[in-house]
Design a protein around this ligand. Structure first.
Ligand SMILES: [Zn+2]
Length: 368
């Protein structure tokens, strides 16, 4: 750990513990707003103008001026962890790591951001900074998506304080688009021994669909398809009338998303008596690596080199709210705290690397 760093690690940890102590699963809006209130308090201390938007998103403006392009920062306070996770997975500092639910993804990102903002002494960059703190990123951002897209329209750059890639600490310059489909098959029930031919098996149709639809994958261009859940049937001696499958789709380009969507909707079972109903679709569009994003990364890389560390970048499979802004404004993701174990019991932040990344974010905000 560098001793000459202007970032106070103890102060970062104190703020992080404050946020982690308030458990905030996506499904509990009251808990979410308790975390929001703390963050909004920090923003008010910096004289930010704040407002609550429908659905629970809070917008916080630091020196934003009418008619001028601002820097948009995206953060979410929800976590994948249910209440009382802290009992079995408590806050724990161990050497150069701090463990706990929601540390790495992404409460430390919010804390690092506020340490950056405080260091500006209320002297905001040209056009100001708009921070969107959202309540539902981990469940696909149903209420915040519209607010995020609207905010991106006035932004000259979007910085996402999700964590960098685990281990390598690389920034994220692209993310796959994500889709979910639920397909329900409705056949005809019949006695499996006495009248099998009168039945139309929903399970047979589902089995055909699993193989046919997974066959649409093209990993060479980033398209993966996985049926993650299947359920159906009532009893061993009944030809099943019901079955359903849940599909996870990842794509690197919009054209691939369209190809797969069309094929899913066009697919027909071998037995024409089985009815097929399809729900879902593309939830987050692909965050395609653009020249604007790479230019932001180049700036970050130069700053990192000046701070004394090497900074890489990569395209990752998981989505974030950066997927919504990337088609609208240059977006750079992974500007939160280094660590590992997102959505896993070993979730932690790397204390030896965190201050460097806070400094990186601070300088980047000043220079974009
Ligand atoms: Zn996250």
């Amino acid at each position: 750990m560098k001793t000459d760093s202007p970032v106070d690690l103890r102060a970062l940890l104190k703020d992080l513990k404050t946020l982690v102590d308030i458990e905030s699963p996506s499904t509990d809006l009251a808990a979410i707003s308790r975390v929001m209130n703390v963050v909004e308090g920090w923003a008010r201390d910096l004289s930010a103008e704040t407002r609550a938007l429908p659905g629970g998103t809070r917008e916080m403006n630091f020196g934003v001026q009418e008619g001028k392009k601002y820097i948009l920062v995206l953060a979410h306070v929800d976590t994948v962890w249910p209440h009382r996770t802290l009992q079995g997975m408590p806050w724990r500092e161990d050497g150069d790591r701090v463990y706990g639910p929601g540390t790495y993804d992404m409460k430390a990102g919010i804390v690092g951001l506020f340490h950056a903002l405080r260091s500006f002494n209320k002297k905001w960059p040209e056009g100001g900074i708009r921070l969107m703190v959202t309540p539902d990123e981990e469940i696909g951002s149903p209420t915040s998506r519209g607010h995020i897209e609207q905010a991106a329209k006035g932004a000259r750059a979007v910085l996402v304080v999700e964590p960098p890639v685990a281990d390598s600490h690389h920034l994220k310059t692209g993310r796959k688009g994500t889709g979910q489909y639920i397909i329900t098959f409705t056949g005809i029930a019949s006695h499996a021994g006495n009248k099998p031919s009168e039945g139309a098996s929903a399970i047979t149709a589902a089995a055909e669909a699993v193989l046919a639809l997974q066959g649409l994958a093209r990993p060479d261009v980033g398209t993966t398809i996985s049926v993650g859940k299947i359920s159906g049937g009532t009893a061993t001696n009944v030809v099943p009338a019901e079955c359903s499958i849940d599909i996870d789709l990842r794509v690197s380009t919009m054209s691939e998303a369209e190809r797969v969507d069309k094929a899913i909707h066009g697919w027909k079972p071998g037995d024409g008596r089985v009815k097929v109903s399809i729900k879902g679709g593309l939830n987050r569009p692909p965050f395609e690596q653009s020249p604007g994003t790479l230019a932001l990364y180049e700036k970050a890389k130069v700053i990192a080199a000046d701070l004394g560390f090497e900074l890489g970048h990569e395209v990752v499979g998981g989505g974030s709210d950066g997927n919504f802004t990337a088609p609208i404004a240059p977006t750079l993701d992974g500007l939160g705290s280094p660590g590992d174990g997102a959505h896993a019991s070993h979730e932690h932040v790397r204390l030896d690397r965190w201050p460097d990344h806070v400094q990186l974010l601070t300088r980047l905000i000043q220079e974009v």
